[in-house]
Design a protein around this ligand. Structure first.
Ligand code: CTP
Ligand code: MG
Length: 222
């Protein structure tokens, strides 16, 4: 089956607070999006990157092997736009955040394998490390939630192209925080597989220090 990817990179990165869109911020000498695209090319034959309209040329220069398209106002819209730009022969799609640029290729491979074995969708998850509680009522700490029964969800989330397109078409009027939520709402069965702590999302400035340390362990392949 032909594997393609949508790498979402059209956000501004307001929590990071850089002067550039987050995906263009350099980590160990290369834009974050270049690290993400390199990793995805370990399993995908074609990669579509969603970029902010203000920086399309900068993204095309940063990821020359990707098809760069304009993203939307929200991540969900960016994914939907990316899905329309996939090559016609693609039958499996990884939907990945540029912000999770250091998710190991081995994790991506297990997710693709699950789809090739017949699943509609598969997502990487990691255990929750913090103790979780319900929000306080009038300042009084809420009840502890059993974290053993919870998972933190990462990307790439991998689907058959047909399932991803159907999920986004059906969910176009709804707002979901990830693609698996749309897929399940559309009736697809989505599997959980182990993620990796290197699949963390670069969100706030301190995350760049961790990203830089992880990047230093990788070889540049582009
Ligand atoms: N994204 C996108 N299109 C949007 C918003 C986000 O393609 N309209 C992408 C981001 O570029 C990022 C991924 O979705 O790779 C996950 O989003 P997030 O980490 O929230 O990035 P930003 O939205 O850029 O950051 P912030 O929420 O801090 O502004
Ligand atoms: Mg955001």
């Amino acid at each position: 089956m032909t594997v393609a990817a949508v790498v979402t990179a059209a956000g501004s990165g307001s929590r990071l607070g850089a002067s550039l869109p987050k995906a263009l911020v350099r980590v160990h000498g290369r834009p974050l999006v270049a690290w993400a695209v390199d990793a995805v090319l370990g399993v995908a034959d074609a990669v579509v990157v969603t970029a902010p309209s203000s920086h399309l040329d900068d993204f095309r220069a940063a990821v020359p092997r990707a098809i760069v398209v304009e993203g939307g106002a929200e991540r969900q819209q960016s994914v939907a736009l990316g899905l329309t730009a996939l090559p016609a022969e693609a039958s499996i799609v990884l939907i990945h955040d540029a912000a999770r640029a250091f998710q190991p290729v081995a994790v991506m491979r297990t997710l693709v394998d699950a789809i090739e074995a017949g699943a509609d969708g598969a997502v990487p998850v990691v255990p929750v490390v913090d103790t979780l509680v319900a929000a306080a009522t009038e300042g009084v700490l809420g009840a502890t939630v059993d974290r053993d029964g919870l998972r933190a969800v990462q990307t790439p989330q991998v689907f058959t192209v047909a399932a991803a397109r159907a999920a986004h078409a059906m969910g176009a009027q709804a707002s979901a925080t990830d693609d698996a939520q749309l897929a399940r709402a559309a009736g697809f069965r989505v599997l959980e597989l182990p993620g990796d702590e290197r699949g963390f999302k670069v969100t706030r400035p301190l995350d760049l220090a961790l990203a830089s340390a992880v990047a230093a362990t990788l070889k540049e392949s582009a």
